[in-house]
Design a protein around this ligand. Structure first.
Ligand SMILES: C[S@@+](CC[C@H](N)C(=O)[O-])C[C@H]1O[C@@H](n2cnc3c(N)ncnc32)[C@H](O)[C@@H]1O
Length: 308
């Protein structure tokens, strides 16, 4: 058990402390990571049936920077909307990541693999730059010097443009985006969302008909316990102390809950890739004792769903 995290949960009851205890989220502070996330979601979504390149991209939970969305814009998206629960992203970091991303796209750098970012969990058929969708002609238009210079000004805040929006929290703004998004992605986010049913309904509302939602979900215990499935062995009373009054931690829901809620929201499953691992915790907390055999071993998943 991670006692430091338990202490954070307890400290969060101190008035005013809960928000201060939300630290850095990790990955999206590096351009390589953002490049990797964007291209992985794009490649996986294409193998799941998404055709063409999405013009309007939204992201749930971008974290420390909006670098994944910047990768989408640099590679040709017309509009990106970032929707986080907590305003983690910093403008100065975004600009540095933007410049590094432009360089990666100009080089048509390969997609970093699991050796570089093992937390991505799911392997790709090829790590080559996806020239089938990001063709030379497409990338030439996307990387045109005047377009990149203009985007850079938008990222720096020197120019305001509807092509880039950041909302944290997002619950006040959702209706404006209803039916407008071609591609919504989340990476290592859905396992943190408190009200999952509401989030999947919002995803469905934001998407245009036939638009795609692409989620990578990590079902492991995120270092709260030594065992990858230790959070499922934690009794509810102790779990409540871990969470405390933090804005989010883990919702502990298994894969089947995500599939059910996504479908109930009006999304059709297009592709599902799961990563399994042998259970480690011997005795689960009561509410997890009836996990299905599939849920019990699923430590990660990629799911692509389409608005019907
Ligand atoms: C582990 S970080 C992942 C950040 C980034 N996507 C990445 O790949 O590194 C989890 C993110 O989920 C966000 N999050 C938690 N609850 C959320 C919610 N209800 N809606 C949107 N984002 C949420 C957090 O604020 C944080 O940015």
């Amino acid at each position: 058990m991670n006692f430091r995290q338990l202490a954070y949960g307890l400290l969060s009851y101190v008035p005013g402390a809960a928000d201060a205890l939300v630290g850095a989220t990790g990955g999206t502070c590096s351009a390589d990571y953002c490049y990797c996330v964007w291209l992985r979601h794009l490649v996986l979504a294409r193998t799941g049936g998404m055709s063409g390149f999405p013009a309007v991209v939204a992201e749930l939970g971008p974290g420390d920077s909006i670098g994944v969305g910047l990768a989408a814009l640099i590679s040709g998206a017309e509009r990106y909307v970032a929707l986080d629960a907590v305003p983690h992203a910093r403008a100065s970091r975004n600009l540095q990541i933007f410049d590094e991303l432009v360089h990666l796209f100009r080089m048509r750098a390969p997609i970093p693999g699991l050796d570089r970012f093992p937390e991505m969990l799911i392997g790709l058929p090829s790590l080559d730059f996806p020239r089938d969708v990001l063709t030379d002609a497409h990338m030439e238009r996307a990387l045109a010097p005047e377009r990149i210079a203009w985007l850079r000004q938008v990222v720096a805040g020197a120019v305001t443009s509807p092509c880039l929006e950041y909302h944290a929290p997002w619950n006040q703004v959702e209706e404006r985006h209803a039916g407008s998004v071609d591609f919504l992605l989340s990476n290592a986010v859905m396992e943190h969302v408190n009200d999952l049913a509401d989030a999947y309904r919002a995803v469905c509302r934001w998407l245009r008909p036939q638009g795609h939602a692409s989620h990578q979900i990590d079902f492991r215990s995120h270092g709260l316990f030594a065992a990858w499935d230790g959070h499922w062995a934690c009794p509810d009373w102790l779990w409540a102390l871990f969470v405390g009054r933090r804005p989010y931690l883990l919702n502990r829901e298994p894969l089947s809950t995500h599939l059910r809620l996504s479908e109930a929201a009006g999304l059709e499953l297009g592709k599902l890739v799961t990563v399994t691992r042998a259970p480690v915790s011997r005795r689960l907390a009561r509410r997890f004792r009836n996990l299905s055999p599939e849920d019990r071993v699923t430590c990660g998943a990629y799911l692509l769903a389409r608005r019907a």
